[in-house]
Design a protein around this ligand. Sequence first.
Ligand code: SF4
Length: 211
Amino acid sequence: MENYQQNKVVEVLKLLKYMGLEEVDNSLSSISPFGDLIDEVKNCKKCDLHKVRTNAVFGKGPINAKIMLIGEAPGRDEDLKGLPFVGKAGRELDNMLSSAGIEIDEVFITNVIKCRPPGNRNPEPYEMVKCNPYLVRQVEVIRPKVIVLLGNIALSLVTGTASGITKMRGKTMEYMSYPAIPTFHPAYVIRNPDSGKTVIEDFKKAVRSIA
Ligand code: SF4
């Protein structure tokens, strides 16, 4: 079923459920590949970030994406819109993907944590621990061919420490048994424009790895 049709069917089923037809639960889980996960994230209160968010940001992209990008956390624009990478960093990401021959619509994009930390501070370790099961379930559903880790926080999923991106970028690692290539976060590229070429090379490496 095409994504658009699938979303419409899910909307109708949710409406029926709202009207009292509890029997639609099974249909919902079988039609939406993420099951109730999107609603779980939207309504999550597992860490204190829920108190300061406008929207939890689940992620976006096709369910059968071969490339999955994992960033750090939603920023101000993402928090307001409920979508990942929609601000300046998003435009930078679009441009770099395009330069590597990747369409933004081909990739699934999400973050290590789904709610914006105040003032864009780094996520606290306890917030990452609380939020990680959502990311794990996203990876399990999408089963990407390759994961690109954007920045130090995403790299810490593999190394356990939020540093070292300069040394580790471009190396093929493993996250949840999937090949994972760390590279600089688009926000870093905005501050350090010369690093954009490096990110494009890392994206190209990801593409070659699934060819
Ligand atoms: S950051 Fe994650 S764990 Fe914390 S409230 Fe948001 S969705 Fe829940």
